[in-house]
Design a protein around this ligand. Structure first.
Ligand SMILES: Cc1ncc(COP(=O)(O)O)c(C=O)c1O
Length: 454
């Protein structure tokens, strides 16, 4: 029998429930706090921003939550997504390790982001919401929500971080194709944006500020809700379809991963692939595995951030959440993996890191692009700049296996393709892509401004 490259699940085997790791953790994560009272927030505090069903998921400790039938129907446009064995990459590296990757770039938007955009749009539409407002870094989340909103008849406005807006004009065209409006952030359409522009008219923006703009619009407009593409519990929950499918596909392959890897911006694709496997471990159904989160060295929230209460946005409009954070006023350098330029990390993932259940590694962008190019030249797929971090992490593990003479099984999430990011690849080939260090003084300043929580 020829060696198998692809493991495809039948549509009928697509998981019908999301997995909620909150049910299996030894201790619960710290609750989000109201910035005014310092008390844990309740559903009413979130009601101006999110529909009730999403708030319930945010706070749920149920192990499994049903995926609504209409959401499953949309998912089946591209799900279950394929699992590949990276045989050509293994050969190029000369590693005894087996490398598998779960490819999320087969979605219409080109990444894992529609896995949460579809249910978020659907729940909002069910509760009579007419307009959604959001932010986007790389443009992947913005285009995913544009696509999802269009399917369920919602008007979508996306604030795109200025630097990405300029780097990736075709993402904006995609959002408009699906019927959304895309505004560069900072903009003069919100108080938060105007304040940032007054301070620095050339400010290239940050995810933290784009979140402030979108939250402000939702908070001020009765008919508009807010949608977030990562970080929050419900988004991580929605992404667990990735890991649940991967469990079935690894069974098909007759293999079992020793190391599971994903890139981390806000933490959703990594949690999506990791949590279902980690759940097996937490429930005592499986021995210990390694889980490796790979982040950019220029914005290393897990490896360099403080585990503390902080705001999710720059203008301090969100509740306080306990997370690994570089400080909500920290502006990462304008490197190309725009989806990884966030000052914080998902509270649930931060908690899991604090419990010692996962590891973090950080790499500079040139090393990640080099890994992405090797991947493209062996496996064929051009990874999104964000996803090159996961590729780099997998290659490093495979080379470690080579040094140690170990035939471990490595699984990583290839969270998206880079077809809209070719300007970044061009810059890499032209020698114009530079490694960028964050400013240590700015980090120290941002950390010194963390809110005081008793
Ligand atoms: C392709 C891709 N991968 C990863 C990320 C990072 O987000 P998260 O950590 O929530 O998966 C993004 C964010 O935009 C992305 O577009």
């Amino acid at each position: 029998m020829p060696d198998r490259n692809r493991y495809l699940l039948e549509e009928a085997r697509m998981p019908g429930q999301w997995y909620n790791i909150a049910a299996d953790l030894p201790t619960p994560p710290a609750p989000p706090l109201h910035p005014g009272t310092g008390q844990p927030i309740g559903p009413d505090d979130l009601a101006p921003l999110f529909p009730q069903a999403i708030i319930a998921q945010e706070m749920s400790t149920e192990r499994y939550i049903d995926i609504p039938e209409p959401v499953q129907e949309v998912f089946k446009m591209w799900r279950p997504s394929p699992l590949f064995r990276a045989r050509r990459l293994e050969k190029a590296l000369g590693t005894p390790a087996k490398i598998y990757y779960k490819y999320e770039g087969v979605s219409p938007a080109g990444s894992h982001k529609p896995n949460s955009a579809i249910p978020q749009a659907w729940y909002n539409a069910q509760e009579g919401v007419k307009k959604l407002c959001t932010e986007t870094g790389a443009g992947q989340w913005g285009s995913s929500l544009a696509f999802a909103g269009g399917l369920f008849g919602l008007e979508v406005t996306v604030y795109q971080v200025r630097v990405s807006y300029d780097q990736k004009p075709y993402r904006r065209a995609m959002m408009e194709t699906w019927g959304a409006q895309c505004i560069p952030s900072p903009s003069n359409t919100t108080d938060a944006g105007r304040a940032a522009l007054a301070k620095d008219p050339n400010f290239m923006g940050s995810l933290g500020l784009a979140i402030s703009e979108a939250v402000e619009v939702a908070a001020k407009n009765e008919d508009t809700k807010y949608a977030l593409g990562s970080v929050l519990n419900h988004v991580l929950l929605h992404q667990t379809i990735v890991g649940q499918e991967a469990i079935l596909q690894m069974e098909m392959a007759g293999d079992d991963p020793d190391v599971i890897i994903g890139c981390t911006g806000g933490g959703s694709n990594f949690a999506g692939i990791a949590f279902p496997f980690l759940g097996q471990q937490l429930r005592g159904e499986h021995g210990k595995r390694r889980f490796v989160a790979v982040e950019p060295a220029a914005c290393p929230s897990l490896s360099r951030g403080k585990f503390a209460y902080d705001f999710g946005d720059t203008a301090r409009l969100t509740p306080l959440v306990k997370m690994h954070t570089l400080g909500s006023t920290f502006t990462p350098p304008g490197f190309h993996a725009g989806g990884l330029r966030y000052h914080g990390m998902a509270p649930m993932l931060s908690h899991v890191a604090d419990l010692g259940l996962i590891e973090a590694q950080a790499y500079q962008q040139k090393a990640c692009f080099e890994a992405g190019v090797l991947f493209a030249r062996t496996e064929g797929i051009v990874p999104a700049p964000e996803a090159t971090h996961a590729v780099k992490g997998a290659i490093e593990e495979a080379l470690r296996c080579k040094r140690e003479g170990k035939a471990e099984t490595i699984l990583f999430c290839l969270s998206g393709h880079g077809h809209m990011d070719m300007a970044a690849y061009q810059a890499y080939f032209d020698g114009n892509l530079l490694d960028q260090d964050y400013d240590e003084n700015e980090l120290a300043m941002a950390l010194s401004l963390l809110p005081q929580v008793a």
